[in-house]
Design a protein around this ligand. Structure first.
Ligand code: FCB
Length: 418
């Protein structure tokens, strides 16, 4: 692997950046924005929020609305990515645009995404395309969404349509984004649409998503045998608190539930492992986060070594690995450069120790709509002023650029390079 074939870039998702979407999330936002703004009174927020940020106490923070207008400004955004030295970009297709009504495919929307992937190619940027990054078309929500096993066929039909249309320009497909995060928050904790709290539904949705992935995998490979297909799977590093032997068992359970149970279930149905890395836990009865001095604006602990410890555990799957997301909310851009630098340091060490890592996508290229937390968390390499839609490149983005330029991935490979 040399630096040319190592993919460096950033990730986004349709609902979080495009603006003007009509799906189950956009409806839910409008119905829940007042409640979320109200609940925010009880929460602690970082004092320093960026200019042009709606406050977490305002309704507008929780409604995706125009978002970053990336749907119309994608060329400008890809110029920025190119100037930042990226040679790959992860994006998602918005199912509700492509199939706004059951069985009715919108050729204009499909044409739009064709333009998007071609715009990336024209800049020498490899597209990694996610087919589903959480929101559902309204008609599918009304049919019970992922809870209804019958609905898997609609996903398969949509995948067939999207892959037939974009296949000539796309090699890397990610069927689903973080299926277990979605099932947990939407169906167990009941905090995201459709806000259920049912263990049975949670299991059912998880099972249907696995089924959907396997079928989609088959369809994509049939249409495009040379494609590379995987899932972006959120995994955490777990460490047992030494205070009690039972914590060893809890650690095993946590790892199985969050990381490996799912990977094992799809092991024969993926060409690569897509790994989203954000968190680490010390396992005791509370599943505490690893205690670190550094946290993000959202209070997430920063533990770069965890990426290394996880990557070495993933070697046993003998598949190429892409870090499909890794990033932090940091409005002041005080910690981002070091965050990226340290995660890449540990990533290189994992490669030197035999992990077959072939790409890294920072989350996110742009500040964007962070689901039920709304606009205030600032994940972007590029800041967005939501009043003017002005883009400004954060200093850390230039440091990431220089890391990319200097990285010689040939030197870090286990045998001095592959
Ligand atoms: C991940 C999601 C992504 C974004 C980041 C911060 O879990 O995949 O959409 O919200 O977290």
């Amino acid at each position: 692997m040399n630096n040319e074939s190592f993919y460096w870039g950033a990730a986004t998702s349709s609902h979080q950046v495009e603006g003007n979407n009509h799906n189950d999330w956009s409806e839910w936002e409008k119905a829940n924005a007042d409640r979320l703004a109200n609940d925010a009174q009880k929460r602690q927020w970082p004092r320093h929020l960026s200019e042009g940020s709606p406050s977490p106490l305002e309704r507008s923070n929780y409604v995706s609305g125009r978002a970053c207008e990336h749907y119309t400004r994608f060329s400008e955004d890809f110029d920025i990515a190119k100037n930042l030295g990226h040679n790959a970009h992860r994006l998602s297709l918005e199912w509700s645009r492509i199939e706004p009504e059951e069985g009715v495919f919108n050729e204009e929307a499909i044409g739009h995404y064709r333009e998007v992937v071609q715009a990336l190619r024209a800049r020498g940027i490899e597209p990694f395309v996610t087919l589903w990054h959480w929101p559902l078309p309204l008609w599918l929500r009304d049919k019970g969404g992922w809870k209804n096993a019958d609905n898997v066929r609609y996903f398969v039909r949509y995948v067939e349509k999207a892959v037939s249309a974009l296949g000539p320009d796309v090699t890397f497909w990610i069927t689903l984004n973080e299926p277990l995060v979605y099932t947990k928050i939407s169906y167990l904790e009941g905090r995201w649409p459709p806000q259920e709290k049912s263990y049975i539904s949670y299991l059912r949705v998880s099972r249907n998503l696995i089924k959907a992935h396997k079928k989609a995998f088959g369809v994509i490979k049939r249409l495009q045998p040379a494609s590379q297909v995987g899932i972006a799977h959120n995994m955490s590093f777990f460490e047992a608190d030494k205070s009690h032997v039972i914590n060893g068992f809890l650690k095993w359970f946590g790892e199985w539930r969050k990381n490996f149970g799912f990977l094992n279930a799809i092991a024969d149905y993926q060409d690569f492992i897509g790994f989203n890395y954000y968190s680490s836990y010390v396992v005791n009865l509370n599943f505490d986060k690893v205690k670190t001095e550094q946290t993000t604006d959202m209070g997430w602990a920063i533990y770069p070594k965890g990426i290394y410890l996880m990557l070495t555990r993933l070697k046993k799957y003998r598949k190429p690995i892409y870090i499909t997301e890794n990033g932090l909310a940091d409005a002041k851009d005080e910690k981002r450069a070091q965050f990226i630098d340290e995660h890449i340091f540990w990533l290189k060490k994992a490669i030197a120790d035999g992990a077959d890592v072939r790409g890294y996508f920072y989350w996110s290229l742009l500040d964007n709509f962070e689901w039920s937390d709304g606009f205030w968390p600032r994940f972007g390499l590029v800041a967005i002023d939501y009043l003017t839609q002005e883009r400004s490149i954060r200093p850390s983005a230039l440091i990431y650029k220089s890391i990319i330029e200097k990285a010689d991935m040939r030197r870090v490979g286990p045998e001095g390079g592959k």
